[in-house]
Ligand binder design. Structure first.
Ligand code: SAM
Length: 271
């Protein structure tokens, strides 16, 4: 089979599950080549090993496995991060959080719930003088984040902690994108998310606010006087989170993402 025939075959297979737009990512990963190279050399014969891998990929994708887990990678803020099913696949919305974080001043940064480490590592690489700590309750997530830090040569300090439990410093910036799906909504998540992504990264308790409540309650003990608490939130959680901030005498503003959804809250102590 030549590349042209393979591209055509893959297109048809993806079309049958409504994922035609994923053709490019699959081809680039399969051949480890840019798509333009493949199109320019579409008469090349494809080896047996590649054909077998293609069949594996199609089978996995048809069963609902996300491409990021099939290829163990996802791009975030222009860099590639290793991912596996023990960590959330980095989201586009979270790149938006990073853009907001980068506008804030501060020398020290703490992330609660690092997952793949994509946010903390990006912060360190974009702001090399920032001291970056991050925690997660999942040992596997910490392993993945450390692997990513190593491959990006980012000097970050990741450790296991239930939110602030093992945190002993205070910081200028505290960020979290915690689990925030309401327990009853876990059932109606897309299969791809529900079946493959870690529930520990998604389930935010009965009202979806469990983690925000705990984080906001303890933040005054860990945030430096003029520091910022930055939270990524679900599109319908702004008002409740503002009320929680009010209780600790914080004030916040909410920023909408590219799609126009309430996405990031930036909070400070009330003056
Ligand atoms: C929504 S994911 C966010 C991951 C990463 N920050 C990102 O944006 O891709 C939430 C993360 O919080 C972690 N987590 C859940 N409960 C936690 C807890 N009690 N303490 C610390 N981390 C927790 C999960 O393991 C998961 O990695």
């Amino acid at each position: 089979m030549d590349v042209k025939t393979l591209v055509h075959y893959l297109g048809k297979e993806l079309e049958s599950i409504g994922h035609e737009y994923e053709s490019r990512e699959i081809l680039e990963n399969l051949f480890n080549q840019d798509i333009s190279y493949l199109y320019a050399h579409d008469d090349l014969q494809v080896g047996q090993k590649t054909l077998c891998r293609l069949e594996e990929v199609i089978k996995a994708r048809k069963s609902g496995q996300p491409l990021a887990y099939i290829f163990n990678k996802r791009s975030f803020f222009g860099r590639t991060f290793y991912v596996n099913p023990s960590v959330l696949i980095p989201r586009l919305e979270t790149e938006f959080s990073v853009q907001e974080l980068l506008k804030l001043s501060g020398d020290s940064f703490l992330e609660l719930g690092i997952g793949s480490g994509c946010v903390s590592i990006t912060m360190k690489l974009e702001r090399p003088n920032l001291s970056v700590d991050g925690v997660d309750i999942s040992d596997q997530a910490i392993q993945v984040a450390n692997l990513n830090a190593k491959s990006h040569l980012a000097q970050t300090h990741f450790f296991k902690s239930n939110l602030f439990q093992e945190v002993s410093h205070s910081y200028d910036l505290i960020y979290s994108n915690p689990p925030y799906i309401r327990t009853e909504d876990m059932e109606i998540l897309e299969d791809e998310v529900k079946k493959y992504e870690p529930h520990i990264a998604l389930n935010g308790g009965e009202d979806g606010l469990d983690f925000y409540k705990k984080i906001i309650k303890d933040t005054p003990n860990y945030l430096n006087k003029t520091g910022y608490l930055v939270l990524e939130i679900g599109y319908n959680q702004k008002e409740e989170i503002f009320s929680l901030l009010e209780e600790v005498n914080f004030t916040g503003k909410c920023i909408q993402d590219y799609a126009g959804y309430d996405r990031v809250i930036i909070a400070t102590r009330r003056k």
